[in-house]
Write a protein that binds this ligand. Sequence first.
Ligand code: ZN
Ligand code: ZN
Length: 234
Amino acid sequence: MLLCDFHIHTTWSDGSIPLRDVVDIYGQAGFDVIAVTDHVYNKDSAIGTWAERLNKTVTEENFGRYMEEVAAETGRALAKYGMLVIPGVEITKNYLSEQESAHVLLLDIKRFVSADLPWDDILGEGRRQGALVIACHPHYTDHEVHDTLYFWNNRQKFSPQFDAWEVANRSDLFSVVSLNNYPILANGDFHKAQHLYSWKTLLPCEKDVEAVKACIRDNRGVAITLFRNGTARE
Ligand code: ZN
Ligand code: ZN
């Protein structure tokens, strides 16, 4: 089984650790596959414009540099650790109401996608690019400052558009996802070193980007594990 984490932030957005060091942390911990998924914020909310002012977001302007740095780390991670690194983003639409807020991971992204587009356009563009489309922390969490409930509130409409839902995020478990029989993924939502110790995905497939994507889409034999190292608590 491949040990995987598909939800990781760096100093390209609100993570506290630079990309290169994040790759070393996961490589040294023995991971097989990771995805780098820095935030792309919406601009029609206070938190989005604040993040952009502080240069803490992937934007249309810096997206090319972001992808170049991820590509360079993909080569280094493969050579040094035999670890796959997949380029991604977390499209982040935060509003005052938690009922309206939602985040989605686009994994193996090729071109910039704006968080100011309507959800149907964002998810459609993800599919056109061949990216995996993953609903993040879709229910009440222990750690989010602001929960993101929009996709769950509208799950009938959106569930056909997702390749998987996070059934676990960091230390949270969302049993509503498995009870609804949706395809699953479990991720750390890494922002700092302690977040290495969190829920992860185990995949029964070859260590190859297309094989990983097909395995998540098929979602058979996908397992989750709570990755611990003795000193787990924050
Ligand atoms: Zn999020
Ligand atoms: Zn995140």
